[in-house]
Ligand binder design. Structure first.
Ligand code: ATP
Ligand code: MG
Length: 205
């Protein structure tokens, strides 16, 4: 026999339905090779459980699994937003970008109106994932846009997930010093080094 406290409340039921829809939609966005569930490193699981406004920086050698870990972290973060008992803030928004595509989209010739609209979305989304930040070269224009983007997220404690094969301190050349300074604070305590081998080759990296 069930007591009423064993059954999910109507509100929890609605949350679960919304969660399933959001996760299915997100799964469609995940590139095929990154869709399989993986065990997340302990530090990453801790970040999801209590991120408290900090950002997450995943670093490590080529092929250790940074991008895969980041996609699965976004998914687990999304799932966690539907936890029963948390106040409902609306459907969480996640922007996911390769740095090269992002820098292209922020170029001045990408169209002034479109560039500003994108910048606003990047500033305001609930979670922003930028893959392989060290892989792209930023012009001084792009560095200014990155500053607008990171400063807005920094002052509002909105989280960013970054993957990079170099540590945050080495990113100044790409992002410029003001973004690098903010990133250092945003990711303090949540820089995770993924160790292991190049999974593509199946040998030590
Ligand atoms: N934890 C994991 N378990 C099983 N397979 C994984 C795991 N992490 C990554 N992989 C697989 O290993 C391969 C390389 O992963 P990924 O592309 O994430 O590496 P990376 O560190 O981002 O590489 P790069 O530095 O070149 O961008 C992919 O095929 C991915 O699906
Ligand atoms: Mg990668």
């Amino acid at each position: 026999m069930h007591s009423s406290s064993d059954l999910p409340s109507r509100r929890d039921g609605v949350l679960i339905e919304r969660q399933v829809i959001a996760l299915n939609r997100f799964d469609d966005r995940i590139p095929v090779i990154y869709r399989q569930p993986i065990n997340l490193p302990e530090d990453v699981a801790k970040w999801i459980a209590g991120w408290g406004g900090s950002s997450l920086f995943l670093t490590g050698a080529i092929g250790v699994g940074k991008t895969c870990t980041a996609w699965q972290t976004c998914r687990r973060w999304l799932q966690a937003q539907y936890a029963p008992g948390e106040p409902w803030q609306g459907t969480p928004t996640i922007q996911t970008w390769r740095s090269t595509a992002l820098f292209d989209a922020l170029r001045p010739d990408a169209g002034e109106g479109e560039g500003r609209t994108l910048l606003r979305q990047l500033q305001r989304c609930d979670l922003l994932f930028i893959d392989d930040l060290a892989a792209a070269r930023a012009s001084s224009w792009t560095q200014e846009r990155l500053f607008e983007l990171f400063d807005e997220r920094y002052i509002n404690r909105r989280p960013v997930i970054i993957t990079s094969d170099v540590v945050p301190a080495k990113l100044t050349e790409v992002t410029g010093p003001r973004v690098a300074s903010r990133l250092a604070e945003m990711c303090r305590g949540s820089v995770v080094l993924l160790e292991g081998y190049d999974r593509r080759k199946g040998v030590a990296a």
